[in-house]
Design a protein around this ligand. Structure first.
Ligand code: MG
Length: 341
């Protein structure tokens, strides 16, 4: 008897309005890959600072469609994503959307969650930070109240007066704080002074203190800092990790930067080998992209996966939040459901 051949069929949707992030204007393109009745979902989240446009993302997905049509299960996702990566130099978010959908699909075909595919243990500590945007003192107080279930807060600093910002937060909350400087500091001595003061204020870590090109200053600060210094904009992909060795204490890994779960897992492994802290982050993904990243949560030292909490209209259901923790379900793949497609 001849077995029938089932190709991978890729579709995508860019639902208008789903992009209505409450704090930034970010768009997402959602992908769906079908194989023999099984369906995998993925997401390309496109915040403006990532520099990937909707048009380019859609053009890349159209380019991958015929390639995927020639592929079928069983296959190695790692090998497939390497071939897809070679089709274009950029389009990291689009690549991530395909990688996530392939992982979801494979998990569903095999009846396993992605964390089971990677043979990961259940996570013990899944507390995520909740971001409090810079605002008026009244609004900051309101946002802290809204985040009452969360055990860790995060602020986007790099303002003219970060000390004042932290003092304002401390008027209303003493919870552990992640400070994302977003490349906002320029002078290393001042940076060290602030970092020492932050340490006394129950700040847990500093993210990306300097612009990417100030790698020497970052190394100088990391050597002296009482707090871990985490790289975000300085590291997009696996190949970047070797370049920053010694300049940071850890890496913020995001699926939209690194082309998806295949490469994110390799980054985790390399960080472990280099004794770098592992920070799992996200852009403004819905429950689709964040549920994918949450599959690796047991590998993380720090977690920042609160994006769905800030979304007005999340088209997916997946991870949930309980008492500040990310809670995964037992569904196969990345563990999401949707009525979007
Ligand atoms: Mg950051």
């Amino acid at each position: 008897m001849e077995l029938s051949y089932h190709p991978f069929l890729l579709e995508y949707k860019h639902p208008f309005g789903v992009s209505g992030h409450t704090r930034t204007q970010t768009q997402s393109v959602f992908t769906k890959i079908v194989w023999d009745g099984f369906v995998g979902y993925g997401e390309a989240c496109l915040p403006p600072y990532l520099g990937e446009t909707l048009e380019d993302t859609i053009a890349f997905l159209d380019k991958v469609k015929p390639f995927l049509k020639e592929q079928s299960y069983p296959c190695s996702i790692a090998e497939l994503t390497l071939e897809i990566d070679a089709l274009d130099e950029k389009s990291n978010a689009a690549k991530a959307s395909i990688d996530i959908a392939l992982h979801d699909l494979k998990g569903k075909i095999e009846g396993n969650s992605v964390r089971e595919l990677y043979k990961l243990n259940p996570a013990e500590n899944t507390h995520t930070a909740c971001t409090i945007g810079i605002d008026t003192e009244e609004k900051i107080k309101q946002k802290i109240d809204e985040a009452k279930d969360f055990t860790i807060l995060k602020i986007k600093a790099g303002t003219d007066d970060d000390k004042k910002l932290v003092q304002t937060i401390r008027k209303y909350s003493n919870k552990p704080l992640y400070v994302d400087v977003n490349r906002g500091w320029k002078e290393k001595n001042k940076a060290l002074e602030l970092t020492n003061w932050f340490k006394e204020q129950n700040v847990v870590l500093i993210e990306q203190p300097f612009p990417v090109e100030q790698l020497d200053d970052s190394a100088w600060l990391t050597e002296r800092s009482p707090l871990p210094i985490i790289a975000d904009e300085s590291i997009k992909r696996l190949s970047d990790i070797k370049k920053i060795k010694g300049a940071f204490s850890g890496v913020n890994i995001k699926l939209m930067k690194c082309t998806g779960l295949s490469e994110a897992f390799q980054m985790i492994e390399l960080c472990k080998a280099f004794e770098l802290k592992i920070f799992l982050g996200c852009m403004a993904e819905s429950s689709c992209g964040t549920s994918a990243m949450a599959q690796f949560i047991s590998c993380a030292d720090y977690i920042d996966l609160d994006a769905p909490c800030l979304l007005k209209n999340d088209p997916f259901r997946g991870i949930i939040y309980s008492q500040g923790k990310v809670v995964l379900n037992d569904k196969p793949g990345i563990g999401v459901t949707t009525e979007l497609f």
